[in-house]
Design a protein around this ligand. Sequence first.
Ligand code: SF4
Length: 392
Amino acid sequence: MNAPIPYNHETELNEVLERCNQVRMAPVPDADALPDGFTGTLGHFPVYFPEEIAHAAGLLPINVLGGGNRLELKHADAHMGSFVCSICRSTAELGLNGSLQGLTGFITHPICDASKHLAGIWARNFPEQLAQILYLPQNVNTPGAVRYIASEYQRLRGELEKRTGRSIDDEALRASIRIYNQNRRLLRELYALRRDEPWKLSCTESYILTRARTRMPCEEHNALLGRALDAIRQRSLRAQDKPRVVFVGGFCEQPPLEMLETIDDNCYVVDDDLLIGLRWITEDVPDTGDPIWALAESFVERSAASPVQHDERKTKEAYLMEMIRASKADAAILTAAKFCEPGLDEQVAWSKHLDQEHIAYLVLEFEEKMTSFEQMGMQLETFAESQLFALA
Ligand code: SF4
């Protein structure tokens, strides 16, 4: 008889990763499969959404991130041009093929022309769902920005109250803020760990751990992240000869998992902007006083950066340079989703700036439907070798 495998930190981490991976692929839960404490689900499109408001209303926030590379598009093409990015097309497909019919509502943001049209498609085709656009400001450098965002959040709060028949009081909001603050702290720890000891956690593993929050209660995600962090710290993996890179371009449409694995094979990704909306607020949101104001103020004053948010305090070039500096990266991988105008614009500005700064970079494009990564693997191998040669 085989001896039982001892339970150790690797087993623990594998269990957590397996749970997170299952959730990543799981369908939206029906009413009878909702986690305790939730009465419905609220879908939202990237980049950022104040999940605390949905959470306090008893709605499980579901970050809808398209259909990945296994979804066949049968209906969406009749509603959208073929030149629209994959995430918009596959999200529409998920709605039209019934995969998202359990949602209580779906909120989009006017981050680009493509996403603006998604709201119209939703309202026309799914009248039973609350279909709304949350108008976050594209320019936060105006004196009225916080007041304006707070009024948008109040409007959303009112819509959710009407839809659920349940009032969202300030204390419930403050309780949700505390739960999400803990999540933000844990995700910051995860990223700090990758910056300090990238050999202990690949970008793919980190991504799977982070992405689980798009489909599970934040409370459960906190517990899983806590277990994962303990296990990762105990890992005794050795550093390999790989260049340290930052990965940018994953702020909205998500690259295929295989692409991240291909990058991991060749480089240590010491920082990235994958799922940046889940990590948008970079410090604790104050949990005393007016919670709506605290969330709105945090959006402006304690926040990350992305190509869909204009903030003159964080220019395209400056925030990339800060990522490179803070993570002690040797180089950058500049990606963009196919047909993503904001992402492609940023890519041009980034590459020009890195040329000026004599920082090496590799430009890659991705789309959900990608299935072949050999060519990309060869590009990455050559890039990584040239970096190691330059650093030697
Ligand atoms: S991937 Fe780019 S173009 Fe598509 S919805 Fe997101 S920001 Fe817009």
